[in-house]
Design a protein around this ligand. Structure first.
Ligand code: DC
Length: 232
């Protein structure tokens, strides 16, 4: 059985950077499931399919061509339906569209197998909202990473500014609260800690600290059928 380490949590909790760091240290694959929902949100806006058109979105999801191409930059280039999305995938508009399409059960179902297909040897670190609860319920370690809305908004502000977006902290705090509310209150796969998840508040921790703590949890995990091979 290929081991999965699931990291779920709200926007700005640091799960992307932590997930990539942990995957790198373990030499495992990494799944950014938020990027899958963001890609569908972008594809929908290009094709003028409404964020509430479940049937249209299911069709788009079934044919979604999503490719990550590693280059010289820290983050891979992302191609959606053959089109390089650049920073558009990380925009607030893509995040908002992702959160809207993600409410629809048919969309979540249509994207399920695509996410499960990322489970390849020697192991997978998967980040999102429902990795531990729905997509990989047999993950040997489930971490629910969180931080206060203010800390998360400040992190998002730095990320967005670094990518050239113009936005203010109060706008982001408001958007994060709205997105949290939508993600947590939806009927299917709502944002909440999976049963058995270890909750880790990263508000006062640096990135490297969080990565080290997750790696320590991984090697301590007694539920693990497979002991992760930790690179130095
Ligand atoms: O992690 P992110 O901010 O890139 O995710 C964007 C949106 O996608 C998020 O607000 C909700 C949705 N999402 C989801 O519903 N389930 C996931 N596993 C990942 C993301």
């Amino acid at each position: 059985m290929i081991p999965v380490l699931a990291i779920d949590g709200p926007s700005g909790s640091g799960k992307g950077a932590v997930g990539m760091g942990v995957a790198d240290r373990l030499g495992w694959h990494y799944l950014d499931s938020g990027a899958v929902y963001r890609a569908l949100g972008l594809a929908a806006s290009w094709a003028q399919v409404g964020c509430d058109d479940e049937q249209g979105l299911r069709t788009l999801a079934a044919g979604l061509d999503l490719r990550f191409v590693a280059g010289s930059a820290a983050e891979p280039e992302v191609y959606v339906n053959g089109r390089e999305c650049g920073v558009a995938l990380r925009s607030r508009e893509a995040a908002d569209a992702a959160s809207r399409v993600a409410v629809l059960p048919g969309v979540r179902q249509a994207l399920l197998e695509r996410q499960r297909a990322a489970r390849r040897p020697p192991g997978l670190v998967a980040d999102g909202r429902d990795m531990g609860s729905h997509v990989f319920p047999d993950a040997f370690l489930k971490v629910y990473l969180t931080a206060s809305p203010e800390v998360r908004a400040a992190r998002r502000l730095n990320q967005l500014k670094a990518k050239g977006f113009s936005v203010t902290l109060p706008q982001l705090i408001q958007e994060i609260r709205e997105r949290d509310e939508r993600d947590a209150s939806r009927a299917v796969a709502p944002l909440k800690p999976a049963p058995g998840a270890i909750v880790l508040d990263s508000s006062a921790l640096g990135l490297q600290d969080v990565i080290d703590r997750v790696l320590a949890m991984a090697s301590d995990s007694s539920q693990s059928a497979v002991t992760p091979r930790i690179k130095d």
